[in-house]
Design a protein. Structure first.
Length: 739
């Protein structure tokens, strides 16, 4: 037997070696590691300071070592046991070699995979990781999870069961929040914790509890896990108090399903479901909501489904389907302007084929129109179906060519219907050099119509062929310049774009998908002033533009200024409203730049040349001196249509306190279009948010509500109302979550 040794000794134990050890007595006064090596039939005690440990080796060390190596080893004072990434320390311990079991007491501490458990008494089987510890405290490295318990039972290397314990991600002996439960199961393999009968405390006050039959699950990392999500509580002027208890199914790493039943005080029980999936050749998501509305005494619902899938090489199936039970569903049950502003719910399904230099698409598109009785809109034409083929190549003997062919059947319940076939070939010869470019281009637009009057059922055939030529050219000058004390390169880029398209009488042709294009810097360099294919504008015009950029030596564009105008050499006859054009278009001016590392500005202006008045304008300033400190100011104007001022931002007002807000005010109607105000508080292991939101749903009605969210790091987000983080991200440009 090993007698008690007054010196610090280390004993090397390997699983297969000590099985053949006979009882032996040894004593050493050396402070160097002692290795027990089997040599023939005898046991040699060898002092080796350069001892190399083999994988799977268990090293046991203590100030006093005694016992029988093939059966039991007693360890006293500064006991330490290591095997791989497992490290164990205690005041006293007993190691049973056959069982590979360690019994320890006094300042017991176990570390493995970065996690740490400490207590008064521990039993642990090194090979399997099974055991227990009494009166422990624990720390989980992956998410800073920690707590105390009456007992922790290790069921395997990854699973542990906590009895009468706590859990928190806050540091310190008195955490700001903690979960207290009679039982908790921690599985670090799947990063999930499951609590039995539990109470959640915040600042010493119980704020939520679960009965023994309801299991509360929480993540041990950022991974997704199945279980009951924190309840959602909210309030809106349309439905009153709302309460929901969602349940999340983590079906697979690429599939999940969320059930979200919600009780709305004034309207009843709303049942909802949302599923998502992602594969190598497919992806999509679907959601549905349904409620028996007590106010209207009707069953109301909303559903949406988006899917995309490669059914074979180069062939893709996709759809986007949306359906609402009535016109007012988004306004009555939505908590965001993005949903309430939807007036057209698309229903689209089709196939897309991608070839080497061509692609084709076969689609069917229809719409559900959600009408606002104060501002009704005309339903757009449905395409039932539409076949599109595009082919093109670049640099074929120096030329670029393309051809677009479309065949569409347009249907409308009250307006003229018909079938339109379009062929549009184009050929250009780009000549591009470092200091200039010239691009001549010719195109032909041929269209054939077979139209039907829904009232008389009479049909008519129309055809139209319109050629067009254009010449795009520009110069690029550069010089060294200084701006705001910084050396940089300034460019001067004049550009001329000429278009000649003969007139064709198109007054008898229907308007299936055509409107006047928005006038901007992108549109003034296009051949046709109309969108769609029902009108090809006659043109004998030239567009002039001048752009200047200030470019830093690292390639970043610091400032950009541009102006452009179109000049007409003839009176254009093709129009939608019968009006003719003046001799020149409105003048466009634009500028944007980064005044400093924290300040960005932009401006755009459209000035009428007939009455010298502003048609449209937009001005914006963005100041962001530091993360989570941002102010946005924007002014938008469109004559007789729009005049709005928008201010939004996020700003710290005290230590850990932030205010957030947005005001979108209509100067034309003298009313608030949208308003948002709130605050955030960020602690080390939790964050608190409060947001009040009001926005217009129709010309005569508004939706308002507020939300409160307590985010407990690593556990859950407990809230009242909709998710304020998503609301703030959508409404405040540059917003950053405080936690």
């Amino acid at each position: 037997m090993f007698p008690a040794s007054p010196v610090f000794a280390k004993t090397l134990i390997t699983g297969c070696l000590l099985a053949a050890f006979a009882p032996v007595q040894a004593q050493t006064q050396s402070a160097n590691p002692i290795s027990l090596v089997k040599n023939s039939d005898s046991l040699v005690l060898k002092v080796d300071p350069q001892l190399t440990l083999k994988p799977g080796t268990t090293v046991i060390q203590a100030e006093q070592v005694s016992g029988q190596p093939d059966r039991v080893v007693h360890l006293d004072h500064q006991v330490e046991v290591t095997r791989g990434d497992l490290n164990f320390t205690a005041d006293k311990a007993t190691y049973l070699q056959i069982e590979d079991q360690l019994d320890a007491s006094g300042n017991v501490q176990l570390r493995r995979n970065g996690d740490c458990y400490s207590g008064d008494l521990m039993r642990f089987i090194l090979e399997t990781g099974v055991g227990y510890v009494h009166n422990p405290s624990y720390f989980l490295a992956k998410n800073n999870g920690q707590g105390r318990a009456e007992k922790i039972e290790f069921e395997s290397e990854e699973k542990a069961k906590i009895t009468n314990g706590t859990y928190s991600t806050c540091d310190g002996l008195s955490p700001d929040w903690y979960l207290k439960a009679d039982t908790m199961s921690l599985d670090t393999g799947i990063d999930t914790g499951v609590a039995g009968k539990s109470v959640l405390y915040f600042k010493g006050v119980p704020i939520m509890g679960t009965p023994s039959w309801l299991k509360f699950s929480f993540p041990l990392s950022g991974a997704r896990h199945s279980g009951i999500l924190p309840p959602t509580v909210g309030h809106s002027n349309k439905g009153g108090v709302e309460f929901g208890v969602p349940y999340y199914f983590n079906i697979a790493p690429n599939r999940d399903l969320t059930l979200h039943p919600k009780f709305i005080a004034r309207r009843g029980l709303q049942l909802g479901m949302e599923g998502r999936y992602l594969g190598e050749t497919y992806a999509g998501e679907s959601a549905v909501e349904i409620i028996r509305d007590k106010l209207t005494e009707t069953t109301r619902y909303f559903g949406t489904s988006i899917h995309r899938q490669a059914v074979m090489p180069n062939l893709v199936l996709s759809w986007n389907m949306n359906k609402a039970s009535d016109n007012d569903y988004p306004a009555d049950f939505s908590n965001s302007t993005n949903k309430t502003a939807q007036r057209l719910l698309v229903r689209d399904i089709g196939f897309d084929y991608y070839g080497s230099f061509w692609n084709a698409s076969l689609r069917s598109t229809s719409f559900q129109v959600l009408q606002d009785i104060t501002a009704p809109i005309t339903a757009p034409y449905e395409r039932l179906p539409q076949l599109t083929v595009h082919a093109g190549q670049s640099d074929v003997w120096g030329m670029d060519w393309s051809i677009d062919a479309l065949a569409t059947q347009f249907w409308h319940p009250t307006l003229t219907r018909g079938i339109r076939t379009v062929v549009n070939p184009q050929l250009s010869y780009p000549y591009i050099q470092p200091g200039f470019f010239v691009v001549p281009k010719v195109s032909l637009h041929a269209a054939s119509y077979q139209i039907e009057d829904p009232l008389t059922s009479k049909t008519n055939r129309l055809q139209r062929t319109v050629p067009s030529v254009s010449l795009d050219s520009g110069l690029i000058f550069e010089r060294r310049a200084s701006l705001l004390g910084t050396k940089m390169t300034q460019t001067l880029e004049p550009r001329l774009f000429y278009v000649n398209t003969p007139y064709r009488d198109q007054r008898d042709f229907p308007l299936f998908d055509t409107a006047l294009a928005d006038f901007n810097f992108a549109q003034i360099f296009s051949e046709n002033r109309f969108t769609g294919h029902d009108r090809i504008g006659d043109a004998n015009q030239v567009t002039t533009a001048l752009v200047s950029r200030f470019i830093e030596d690292n390639g970043a564009e610091r400032f950009k200024f541009a102006l452009g105008q179109r000049f007409y050499f003839n009176t254009q006859k093709v129009s939608l409203d019968g009006k003719t054009n003046p001799s020149r278009s409105d003048l466009l001016l634009a500028g944007s730049g980064q005044v400093s590392d924290t300040l960005n500005v932009e401006a755009a202006l459209q000035v009428s040349q007939s009455d010298r008045q502003t048609e449209r304008s937009s001005y914006g300033i963005r100041w962001q001196p530091a993360p989570k400190k941002i102010l946005n100011l924007q002014y938008q104007f469109q004559r007789e249509v729009l005049k709005q001022l928008e201010l939004s931002g996020q700003w710290p007002v005290a230590h850990r306190w932030y205010v957030v807000g947005k005001s979108n005010y209509s100067l034309q109607n003298n009313k608030m279009v949208e308003g948002l105000a709130g605050f955030e508080y960020r602690a080390d292991c939790w964050a608190l948010r409060f947001v009040a939101h009001r926005f217009a749903t129709t010309n005569l009605s508004n939706n308002s509500g507020f939300s409160i969210q307590l985010e407990l790091n690593g556990l859950a987000r407990i809230g009242f109302g909709s998710n304020p983080v998503e609301t703030l991200k959508k409404n405040i440009s540059g917003y950053q979550a405080t936690n």
